[in-house]
Design a binder for this molecule. Structure first.
Ligand code: ADE
Ligand code: ZN
Length: 339
């Protein structure tokens, strides 16, 4: 397929995004605009200087900059604008359903109220549902470099907004912060009715994926790249239909893989894993959903059937109800029949 044909094919596919950190969709242009509006000086003098800093050797180098960027977010309007910018962007890429992570602790640690953060994000998601026809779920993520006690405080702060929050996740610095550190708070979160997911096996070993499954009882793994080193783990993921939310451009930019040709998604599909493609932190890694689909399909020479499978998986692995899942999946199939 030519570049133009592959791009056009991907652009037309209805798809769901299941792994997106809203703070990671903060484009430099909007960051500067909001920093001026709030009178907060960024460490970088220009958009170009900031973009120059987006060269990472590992997850931690990225996180250090990601947390700096988030510091300009103060008011409800800032969180609204951030979320709305993401939604309008993915609307143009035929994303019809999103499951969005937010990191409350990144903001509450700086004195911003939990309510301010979630009100802004939720209002934009509601507007997106009404005006752009994008359905959504919201996932509150605990920062794993902080203590379990801190996560408990966050759980407590979330309770007045429980009806808006569908699940909890675990993100930030993986190495040295295993899922086992958060067993109690995940149990307490499940007791509140939250669904459970966790980042595991991005930089950390396959043991962290086992821990996320067996100790935290998650129903989906974010990333999970490292599972292929362990046949028993692959068998478990397949048997229990545990989806992986993979993020190819993120993996490339954070040196989880050295080149896109090394990305494990094709092998995962071949082994029957419910693999999906997502953008993680698109403002930092050079692409939203379509760029992730495109770069992966090109490098791995994915067939049309494999690309279709990825889109179908995005709905299968979502938290939509069965009726909505089936509707989207038949739309994906009709699209592929029509081309
Ligand atoms: N927070 C934002 N992006 C992340 C990633 N890729 N891994 C862990 N934590 C994150
Ligand atoms: Zn992530």
């Amino acid at each position: 397929m030519t570049k133009d044909n592959l791009e056009a094919l991907i652009e037309g596919i209805p798809k769901a995004e299941l792994h997106l950190h809203i703070e990671g969709s903060f484009e430099p242009e909007l960051m500067f605009k909001i920093s001026k509006r709030n009178n907060i000086k960024l460490e970088y003098n220009s958009i170009n200087e900031l973009k120059q800093a987006y060269k990472f050797n590992n997850l931690q180098e990225f996180l250090d900059i990601y947390y700096i960027g988030a510091q300009v977010l103060i008011h409800e309007q800032d969180f609204f604008d951030l979320t709305w910018a993401y939604l309008t962007k993915v609307h143009s890429q035929k994303v019809v359903h999103v499951e969005v992570f937010f990191d409350p602790q990144t903001h509450t640690e700086r004195g911003v109220e939990f309510a301010t953060v979630i009100n802004g994000i939720y209002k934009a998601l509601k507007k997106g549902e009404q005006e752009l026809n994008i359905s959504f779920r919201l996932i509150m993520s605990y920062l794993r470099h902080l203590s379990e006690e801190e996560a408990f405080k966050t759980l407590e702060s979330s309770l007045p907004f429980k009806h808006w929050i569908n699940g909890v996740g675990l993100d930030s610095s993986e190495k040295g912060n295993p899922p086992s550190k958060f067993v109690n708070v995940f149990k307490a979160s499940a007791n509140q009715g939250y669904k459970l997911v966790a980042h595991a096996g991005e930089e950390g070993p396959s043991e962290y994926i086992w821990e996320a499954l067996d100790l935290l009882n998650v129903i989906r793994i974010d990333h999970g790249n490292r599972c292929l080193t362990d046949d028993k783990l692959v068998a478990r993921l397949v048997k229990d239909s545990i989806a992986l939310t993979l993020c190819p451009l993120s993996n490339l930019e954070l040196k989880v893989i050295q080149k896109m040709e090394d990305h494990p998604v094709a092998k995962m599909l071949n082994q029957g894993i419910l693999a999906t493609i997502n953008s993680d932190d698109p403002a930092y890694f050079g692409g939203y959903m379509n760029e992730n689909y495109y770069e992966t399909s090109k490098a791995l020479k994915l067939s049309k059937d494999q690309i279709m499978k990825l889109a179908i998986n995005s709905f299968k692995a979502s938290w939509l109800n069965e009726e909505a899942k089936n509707k989207h999946i038949s739309e994906v199939k009709s699209y592929f029949e029509s081309i």
